[in-house]
Design a protein around this ligand. Structure first.
Ligand code: FES
Length: 79
C-alpha cells in the first residue's frame, strides 16, 4: 500500500448539492483537488465516493490522512 501525497495541510471547502456524487482524491496527485482527476492511475489508490445528504459546504480532507475520509477530521494539524 503506497502512502498518499499530502495535497495541502488544510481542508478543501466545497459547495455540494444534495443527492450528487463526488469522487474525492485519496492519492493526493489530482490537479483538481479535492476531487479525482484520474491521476491515481500511477498508484494503487482509488477515489472515495461521497454522496451529499444535503446542499451546503463540506470540508474535504486535503492532507489525505484523515481517519474520517473523505472529510477533514483535523489530522492535518498532527502531520
Ligand atoms: S486522482 Fe487521486 S484518487 Fe484519483
Amino acid at each position: 500500500m503506497s502512502h498518499p501525497h499530502i495535497a495541502q495541510k488544510a481542508p478543501y471547502p466545497l459547495d455540494v448539492e444534495a443527492g450528487k456524487n463526488y469522487f474525492w482524491c485519496s492519492c493526493g496527485l489530482s490537479k483538481n483537488q479535492p476531487l479525482c482527476d484520474g491521476s491515481h492511475k500511477t498508484t494503487d489508490m482509488t477515489p472515495v465516493k461521497y454522496t451529499a445528504a444535503k446542499d451546503g459546504k463540506v470540508f474535504f480532507c486535503g492532507c489525505k490522512h484523515s481517519v474520517n475520509k473523505p472529510l477533514c477530521d483535523g489530522t492535518h494539524g498532527k502531520i
